[in-house]
Design a protein around this ligand. Sequence first.
Ligand SMILES: [Zn+2]
Ligand SMILES: [Zn+2]
Length: 195
Amino acid sequence: MVKTRVWSCDCGTVAAEVTTHLRSAVVCYCRYCRGYARYLSHEAILDPLGGTHLELTVPDQARVTAGQSALKVIRLSRNGPYRWFAGCCETPFANVLAQSALPYAGIVTIGLKDYETSGFEYRSFRRLATGELPAASGSPVVLGFGIMRRLIATRLRGGHKHSDFFDRAGKPAREPMRLSEEERARFLSDLPMEA
Ligand SMILES: [Zn+2]
Ligand SMILES: [Zn+2]
């Protein structure tokens, strides 16, 4: 089931239209997602076990409709995703894989209007959850299969070449920020890493 919803930041400056598909929900417990919520002073988006709720889609199916100039992007680790957020009020928006040739974006669901999870969620970095997780409801195989299908469709229609996140040359549409050493210590250093 395909659904298009409005995403908007806390203050309403940045808005987007996001198309999502059935069985594309992910909850991520990794240290970077947690550190990112801290960095943006949005720890309230984390669920009680430290998870960030995302809907995976392809970048050209998250179309920015307002406030594009307020968007900012940061990269927290060398190979990690580009994390786009609304600079006006620091609402996290989309975690976009670094290679435009592998088009894939995790939309942070906190900004999606009328969002309800289907209950079928793949939990990523489960071992880093801060407590006991419910039994797995999502399968990486189902998730991966759906994503692969959409990646191929996106590439066929050339969608990876014109999203709001990359320029024509496949570079991020804006220069990504990095954490300073001091910020790294403040936001990340005490969070667990995957063994
Ligand atoms: Zn805002
Ligand atoms: Zn994560």
